[in-house]
Design a protein around this ligand. Sequence first.
Ligand code: PMP
Length: 307
Amino acid sequence: MPKMLETSYIWKNKEIIPWNEAKIHVMTHALHYGSAVFEGILCRMTNKGPAIFRLKDHVKRLFNSAKIYKMEIPYTEEEISQAIIELVKINKIPDVYIRPIVFRGYKELGVNPLNCPVEVVIGAIKYVEYLSGADEGIKVCISTWRRPPSTSFPSIAKDAGKYALGQLIKMEAIERGFVEAIALTVEGNISEGSGENIFVVSNQVLYTPPISDGILPGITRDSVIIIAKELGIEVKEMSIPRSFLETADEVFFTGTWAGITPIVAIENVKIGDGKIGPITKEIRAVYDEIRFARSKKHMEWLTFIQF
Ligand code: PMP
């Protein structure tokens, strides 16, 4: 990913401050124990001006993540949504990846986070493609790291701690020459990538793992399920054994930053004919139509910004 993606301003605890002044103390609880929850939200230039995709749903998930970790956010969902809008406006860049983060600051150094203050920061960087080669399709591997069961880790929270495992999954993939990896559950079913949900097409049916298989309930995943159903495609949320991937007709990743990325080979086994499949193509076309406001479909998913 290229450097120099900085924007001009950061929102921190209700104040807009210059990018270079947005600093935290080295004894911040979150730095030592990963006591943070965050979101990744996209604003893109559309046919009708810049628009944030599913802002309300991202903010809701942020509050849900915070609730699981007993972090009381000192703002309402509406205030955080407005702060995000304000930040995009003041930075005046239409295509940005927005990163609100709620974290425990410094008060004490023990594991117990409850006495540490809850701080909220919102930053944004200029948008760039996340997975290189996403348009034509990528080759991925199966990670040797497994996603823990929901009895060990709350997968539905987008917490910083989760990304320690995400980093191991990603580094292993890169070291083996792949862009990304698919992690399995402890039982050996498909879970998700380091930062993406996964879908499998077999015999015209769209399969995706359930929330109980260690996945983050992705907002792109939810959008894809809705779009597929509207296109008359049958969708099944169920545990998927690894072997099912190899005989699949199509496989793709979904994520705010990753978009809808076709997977054309897994561990050097070609998926389908090794090119983006027709169902992936169809769903991606509708998803793009919606997020770039090229049609009137699901306009409720877009929050337009006026600079
Ligand atoms: N799983 C993980 C682990 C992720 O980090 C992400 C990215 N937020 C996703 C799935 C996809 O979620 P979303 O579509 O909401 O971006």
